[in-house]
Design a protein around this ligand. Structure first.
Ligand code: PNS
Length: 166
């Protein structure tokens, strides 16, 4: 009997930078998938002013999940569905923090479903204590001198400090 193929999930996003909320979603996704590819997009649907380069974001995520053999980090250009197909991913993971996320997420999930029907989007919910954290707020608070140490991992905090001091 041939072994059951591993379920690969893709967790795409901007991750500028990765937050504790993203980390929580990534770890939760390993309950529904065997392997996870965290995919940093070069082209985001809602383009935002970037703080870290895509390469820096990938390196930071690798540092955060160092030693986690089931998680791989990559960047991608172009359509998410094309990257998912190339990676053999059956699932796309997205986090839902609040109802305000829902409209944008539903629209993306349905567009991706139209483009690649066999790819399923799964929404996971972060722990309540992470539900107000977003990369954009972390960037804003850190830029204005606020303490973001409970919203990001130590590796990210250190790089934020270096970046903003530069
Ligand atoms: O963290 P974000 O910025 O909300 O992530 C959005 C992202 C990167 C998942 C989305 O913009 C995306 O999938 N971009 C890749 C280009 C693409 O496939 N666009 C069509 C999406 S329906």
């Amino acid at each position: 009997m041939s072994p059951t193929p591993a379920t690969v999930a893709l967790y795409p996003g901007s991750f500028d930078p990765i937050t504790r909320g993203h980390e929580d979603i990534a770890r939760r996704s390993l309950r529904v998938a065997d392997r996870l590819v965290i995919a940093v997009a070069h082209t985001a649907t809602h383009a935002k002013r970037g703080l870290f380069s895509v390469e820096e974001r990938v390196a930071l995520i690798e540092e955060v999940f160092a030693g986690e053999e089931r998680i791989r980090v990559a960047s991608f250009e172009g359509l998410l569905v094309d990257f998912a197909r190339a990676q053999g991913a059956a699932l796309v993971i997205r986090g839902l923090r609040a109802i305000s996320d829902f409209e944008y997420e539903l629209q993306m999930a349905q567009m991706n479903q139209e483009l690649l029907p066999e790819l399923e989007t799964i929404f996971l919910v972060p722990e309540v204590r992470h539900s107000f954290i977003s990369s954009s707020l972390v960037r804003e608070v850190a830029t204005l001198g606020g303490d973001v140490s409970s919203f990001v991992s130590p590796a990210v905090l250190a790089r934020l400090g270096e970046k903003l001091d530069a």
